[in-house]
Design a protein around this ligand. Structure first.
Ligand code: PSV
Ligand code: MN
Ligand code: MN
Length: 430
């Protein structure tokens, strides 16, 4: 049976919290009015913000050393959808789910679509997986997939991506995201140019199968699982591949996939400029591809990325329509709570970026007033937009304090009784 968060519980909790929220909201409205900003306009935009949930994020991730599963974890894609529906019930910002095949095992895609419809959930980008071998797979990806020296292995990887498109069509998705771990561990192991050529030729075959209106998103990552060289290691190789393929191919930025100290917001700006920004995998990172909760470490970086995105929106930049998605791994928290928090954290960066005084910023930039330009960004970043986020949720039927309401609902304890055999999140990560 599908468990949901009782609407009456949300309403009851919201009733208790609404008087204090109204006080805070009115105070913020007055503060913003002094800056000529209409709070209602900002709240409307907050209400429209959406970010997709990664199906694999609903289970405990684990590391290569261990996985400590939590109680009542989803055991299959249907239960992952149930948890995603709960996240959306409370956050009202996550109506789409991004699946990962074949981690998400599906016998009947029409049945899955009916089920997601019944939960009012839609499907975001389809993630293919050619970075590990599946049982009964004929050709191994040990030495790569789309760039493998073996033509048979490459064809098998192409075929999987073509199948992902077919499944995505049934689900109503419009994007395929391709991340491959192809690369090498030893200098000399791989001919850089030939490996990239093989990758491009494979991707051309996948691109040729894209239906009209679809996009192919290429995700780069500096290292891991390959530790010496990776075929699509950075945004340079990524945009080269996207340009080589054509207008339906774009680059996807996962925040954890860059060298430390790289200026990610500037990469975002470059991709926007050349109509190649496909979307994001939001998360946070201290060392590498840590997949920590979004904004938990570098909220200013996340804000600066949104400053670029809102700037593109403000300038009505042609071809600008990126997909927002979370890509996180939760080891010590309830994944539902982390995903609710992270969706709100990304939404917070968006809303704060909406507060930037853009005409003033342009003036400071043109007059080389570095200090005031920086202060203009800081003023927006330091504005506590919590009341706007809470009001946007409440107006859409979500929770003013989603974590508190989630804990009150005892959802996890209830599903733990119905999901006794949990122990795997289906992600293949052990
Ligand atoms: C690779 O590290 C990655 O970021 C890709 O998006 C994969 O699909 C995902 O992680 C799997 O966890
Ligand atoms: Mn990713
Ligand atoms: Mn990653």
């Amino acid at each position: 049976m599908t468990q949901r968060i009782d609407k009456a519980l949300i309403a009851e909790q919201n009733d208790k919290l609404m008087p204090a929220l109204l006080e805070d909201y009115d105070a913020l409205a007055r503060k913003l009015a002094r800056q000529d900003i209409d709070i209602e306009r900002i709240t409307k935009q907050a209400e429209l913000f959406q970010i997709a949930i990664p199906s694999w994020g609903t289970g405990t991730g684990g590391t290569r050393f261990a996985r400590f599963p939590g109680e009542g974890e989803p055991r299959n894609i249907f239960e992952k959808l149930e948890d995603s529906a709960v996240i959306n019930d409370l956050s009202q910002a996550t109506e789409r789910v991004s699946p990962h095949f074949p981690w998400d095992k599906v016998d009947d895609f029409k049945e899955l679509k009916q089920y997601s419809d019944s939960l009012n959930l839609k499907w975001d980008s389809i993630n293919s997986n050619t970075f590990q071998d599946q049982q009964d797979q004929q050709h191994s990806y040990k030495y790569g997939s789309l760039s493998n020296t073996s033509e048979a292995a490459r064809e098998q990887a192409i075929e999987h991506n073509v199948e992902c498109i077919k499944w995505g069509k049934i689900l109503g998705s419009k994007t395929l995201t391709v991340w491959v771990g192809d690369g090498s561990n030893h200098p000399g192991q791989q001919h850089f140019q030939h490996a990239f050529e093989r990758y491009l030729n494979s991707m051309k075959k996948i691109y040729a199968e894209l239906p009209a209106g679809w996009e192919l998103h290429i995700e780069h990552k500096m290292f891991e699982p390959a530790f010496y060289s990776t075929v699509i290691q950075d945004w340079g190789s990524n945009i080269l591949a996207a340009m080589e393929l054509g207008p339906q191919a774009k680059s996807l930025v996962d925040l954890g996939h860059h060298a430390p100290n790289v200026n990610i917001e500037m990469i975002v700006s470059r991709l926007i400029q050349f109509k190649k920004l496909g979307g994001f995998h939001f998360n946070d990172s201290k060392y590498g591809d840590d997949d920590l909760d979004s904004g938990s470490l570098h909220p200013y970086q996340q804000f600066l990325i949104f400053n670029e995105l809102v700037d593109a929106q403000y300038r009505k930049q042609e071809g600008f329509n990126p997909n927002y998605m979370l890509d996180q791994s939760h080891n010590v928290t309830d994944p539902i709570e982390s995903l609710i928090n992270s969706a709100a954290s990304v939404q917070r960066s968006y809303v704060a970026a909406l507060l930037v005084n853009r005409p003033a910023l342009t003036d400071y930039q043109l007059n080389n007033d570095a200090l005031m330009a920086s202060n203009t960004l800081k003023e927006a970043f330091h504005t506590d937009v919590t009341p706007i986020l809470a009001m946007a949720r409440a107006r859409k039927g979500g929770a003013i304090d989603p974590i508190r309401t989630y804990r009150q609902s005892a959802y996890r304890a209830t599903v733990a009784k119905q999901r006794p055999n949990s122990g795997g999140n289906g992600s293949g990560i052990v």
